[in-house]
Design a protein around this ligand. Structure first.
Ligand code: SF4
Ligand code: SF4
Length: 359
């Protein structure tokens, strides 16, 4: 099966879900980080519990046997691991299509030349603003914008596909157009993604209400995007659009063809959905994959969510059971963070349609 078209990829995902194949696995290799982002959701860092190089290689062996094709390595900051290139080399050897997320701070020409040899599918870096004061205040590290942008340019010149990610917050959303222009200047090898929700932290202190955009700001942002920005999103398959949602289907891939493994080996259906399914330190991934926790995620259907089946905005909603659980304590109870984003998107669509009708 060719998987270079969206339809083929959808068919592959469905086939994987039907046959319980963990097609896509996200691994956080470390929670250590050299930035201190205001919106970071990562729990307390316990370096001593990180899995060893050898154990990760064994896990990759097993995932390859189970049929995993798409691998994401993230953190924390993965280049803080001294064995990072051993792991990336091994991922290439296992023929995974590998994506990595980094803040780029530690990447220089030598490391990027080394990275190129591991043939990553793409490298994602978060850029919050083109304004140094704004970006560096978000990361908590002076000079971080300069270093992340430098890494991004070097990756682009080396021919590695880059994804620039921006989480919209009160302090940076007005400058996203500038980021978009910069990304466009890098040509086809660079794409931009934005996210309108800061999720709650995975433990303790919550500050997302201080950071997240208000309703009016979300709508203003969506309307502010110029037609070039919308056109680029469309060409990248990332435009905002309504989706006809059927109530008897699962809302997402978590536990169906996707899984997450944390730095100490804990397995969950997804990074956002904190259901403990097992640990690969002392047992196989398959034990976690076939656990009751994964079954719980797999059994989840849109019709199970409180109120969603009657919601007028359902077709505009990116339903996320993981976010629901983090925010409300239950995957079944919709998070207002999700509902508020959806309402802003619905209102934006109405404004857009009104403008089109009025010529
Ligand atoms: S907007 Fe809220 S209530 Fe409506 S479908 Fe989405 S999560 Fe459910
Ligand atoms: S919708 Fe939420 S729970 Fe599902 S895969 Fe996406 S982030 Fe995870």
């Amino acid at each position: 099966m060719k998987i270079n078209t969206p339809d083929a990829l959808d068919r592959l995902r469905k086939k994987a879900a039907d046959n319980l194949v963990p097609l896509t696995v996200h691994i956080d290799l470390t929670f250590r980080c050299n930035e201190k982002c205001v919106h970071c959701y990562i729990p307390k860092v316990d370096v001593s519990s990180e899995l060893t190089t050898r154990r990760w290689m064994n896990v990759l062996d097993e995932l390859a046997e189970l049929g995993t094709l798409f691998m994401t390595f993230s953190g924390g900051e993965i280049f803080l691991r001294e064995d990072i290139f051993d792991i990336l080399d091994y991922s290439m050897k296992k023929r995974f299509s590998t994506s990595i997320y980094t803040n780029g701070i530690l990447l220089d020409e030598i490391k990027i030349a080394r990275l190129l040899k591991t043939r990553p599918r793409q490298v994602g870096i978060s850029i919050y603003s083109m304004d140094t004061a704004v970006h560096d205040a978000i990361t908590g590290v002076g000079g971080s914008l300069k270093r992340s942008m430098n890494a991004m340019k070097l990756l682009n010149v080396a021919g590695i596909n880059v994804v620039i990610k921006t989480i919209l917050m009160k302090s940076n959303w007005r400058g996203v157009g500038e980021i978009q222009k910069w990304v466009s200047s890098m040509g086809r090898g660079a794409v931009h993604q934005y996210d309108m929700i800061v999720s709650p932290r995975h433990e303790g202190f919550r500050n997302e209400d201080e950071l997240n955009l208000g309703h009016g700001e979300k709508i203003e942002f969506l309307c502010m995007r110029n037609s070039n920005m919308e056109e680029k999103e469309r060409s990248e398959g990332m435009e905002l659009k309504s989706v006809k949602r059927r109530l008897n289907v699962a809302p997402c891939s978590a536990g169906r063809n996707g899984a997450y493994i944390g730095p100490s080996g804990d397995v969950q259906p997804c990074i956002e959905w904190l259901i403990k399914c097992g640990n690969v330190r002392g047992s196989s991934f398959k034990d976690s994959w076939m656990s009751a926790g994964m079954d719980e995620a797999r059994a989840f259907r849109i019709r199970d969510l409180n109120g969603c089946s009657r919601c007028a905005d359902l077709q505009n909603c990116q339903i996320c059971p993981g976010l629901n659980k983090l925010d409300t304590g239950s995957a079944l109870i919709p998070s207002m963070l999700s509902c508020n984003r959806t309402r802003a998107v619905s209102e934006y669509f109405k404004i857009k349609i009104g403008k089109q009708k009025n010529g």
